[in-house]
Ligand binder design. Sequence first.
Ligand SMILES: NC(=O)C1=CN([C@@H]2O[C@H](COP(=O)(O)OP(=O)(O)OC[C@H]3O[C@@H](n4cnc5c(N)ncnc54)[C@H](OP(=O)(O)O)[C@@H]3O)[C@@H](O)[C@H]2O)C=CC1
Ligand SMILES: O=C(O)C1=N[C@H](C(=O)O)C[C@H](O)C1
Length: 250
Amino acid sequence: MDDEREPIKVGVLGARGRMGTEVCKAIDAADDMELVAMVDDGDWLFNVSDAGADVVVDFTTPDVVMDNLHWCIDQNINVVVGTSGFSESRLERVRSWLAHKPDLGVVVAPNFAIGAVLMMDFAARAARHFESVEIVEMHHPKKIDAPSGTAVRTAEMIAEARKGMPAMPDATKEEMAGARGTLVEGVPVHSIRATGLVAHQEVLLGTEGETLSIRHDSYDRKSFMPGVLLAVRKVLQRPGLTVGLGPLLD
Ligand SMILES: NC(=O)C1=CN([C@@H]2O[C@H](COP(=O)(O)OP(=O)(O)OC[C@H]3O[C@@H](n4cnc5c(N)ncnc54)[C@H](OP(=O)(O)O)[C@@H]3O)[C@@H](O)[C@H]2O)C=CC1
Ligand SMILES: O=C(O)C1=N[C@H](C(=O)O)C[C@H](O)C1
């Protein structure tokens, strides 16, 4: 019976950060989980293994996340990663570490909000039917990276969907560098940082006589929590690397 199952022991890395704080609250409130370790910059990583964590959740920074992930895999701890900065080469390194640990699971998701996952899917689906596609990502000004992980992943998905299609029409010559954003897999991405924003993205698609805007807004970091908790539950049943929340929703 469900009630008799041991709670999943969870450690959080980046526990005092904006996301980490919210994740600790969500785990504390979940009946089937126990928050056993909270680790932030300067704390000892072994707090996590000493506490017997089954799963580690990482919301730290792109420059430390790979070391954290390698350490967790080495310690036989499953990992749910929300930290941004996962290029294909980073994902490949994670796969190579996991090759030696056939029972271990890692979930790396650029965005845990259900609406954002759908926005990315809808945008990729629509992209084949429009001549032009551009991404505008908008975040709080304390975000340290640009473009966002979500925007990069969306651009990759759109580029994959547009394979074989003609290049997007664009006669503009940039008079000042950056005016047309940055190209990710051939898709222009524009990054806005403004006080009052949390995490937002609009994909603008255009073709003869019409445009389509697909937009998602996270107004509160609570929007990411159902996805994080789902990943904590599912990672224990999914050995290997899972990229994105999509495969966990099926
Ligand atoms: N996938 C998703 O759905 C989401 C992903 N994100 C991503 O999550 C990451 C964190 O975002 P956010 O919470 O806003 O950032 P914060 O800067 O608020 O939090 C990061 C935390 O990690 C700590 N930290 C730094 N180095 C280490 C380390 N080696 N070990 C443990 N903790 C460490 C920082 O400490 P200190 O400040 O003292 O250095 C800080 O407390 C970003 O990459 C962001 O893009 C954010 C929202 C949703
Ligand atoms: O830093 C943030 O806040 C966010 N980071 C992630 C990203 O880079 O895509 C996810 C979400 O956009 C919030």
